[in-house]
Design a protein. Sequence first.
Length: 356
Amino acid sequence: MGGSMNWLRKFAAAYPSADVSESPAHRDVPVLLAPMAGVNDLAFRQLCVECGVDLTYTEMVSSKALSFANEKTRHLLDRAPNEKRVAVQLFGHEPATMAREAAWVEEQMGDALAYIDINMGCPARKIVKKGDGSALMTTPDTACEIVRQVSAAVEHPVTVKFRKGYREGEDIAVEFARMIEDAGASAVAVHGRTAAQFYSGAADWDTVARVKSAVSIPVIGNGDVRGGADAVAIVERTGCDAVMIGRAAQGDPWIFARVKAALQGGEEPASPTVEERVSMAHRHAEILSQRMGNNLVYMRKHVMWYLHGIPGAAHARGELNRCVTLADFDRVLEGLLEDRSRIEAEEAAYLGKASV
């Protein structure tokens, strides 16, 4: 872990809460919130920081939209009140445009910028059909030129997030990582699935391990980290320098506290209670309402993630799909708690009668 320790010390400002002391456990391994389009809103990132994440990423930001001075896109760079540092992920396929906009982001954000990350892993069709995201793995010359020009344009580190490959069965991560490193990347994040897989099947952590063995820059492991045991396992199996968590954090920002505890060799805190999940859903909606006003349609998916598996949540789904305002969400959340209490009382009464 010597190489990773040097990197962590060099970029300590990017991970304000990470413990980078020498330890027989994995306390020197930062835990990161993966950049997720349509998920990593300011409110969600704020809650993840409260729950112990070491570094957040913005949603992926279009370099082309930034070049048009698109205000909606620029707002994606806004920080939560408790975000000391945030990584900004840019996507695009035009090296000069990406370099120019990366320099603008750096100028605007100053010390609040942890680093610039370049998206070369998004598999969404609307992204790849333009040659962006994971499509850049099919045009390595362009991918490397983007890294070269962005690295030359900014003083902050430049990292790249990519996948095992683009096509089904493809495994080009090692070759791609070496080229990206030679082009000037300071670190890479590797998701052990191909773009063709999207999120199906199991993430191949051996791909992460092979990349780690092939490059001298830090490697961030990503894919199928769903809890503390997974985080410890991916570090031990791959030697990765940081752990990135994406979908498992949706509706569960507490995962970062559990993962941090596991990496530190301690006992993981208990999973949140139903009341805590409902309360967090309310806080998320409340923070968004302060920022967005009374049109909180976007919040519906977040609330459904928070409530997943709670008795009565399936019944509430239809009502949630009609929620618009904070008051709408609160009404459904309060009703869910009431339904849960009723269901538990009925179950207790039934079990009591059955035992007689």
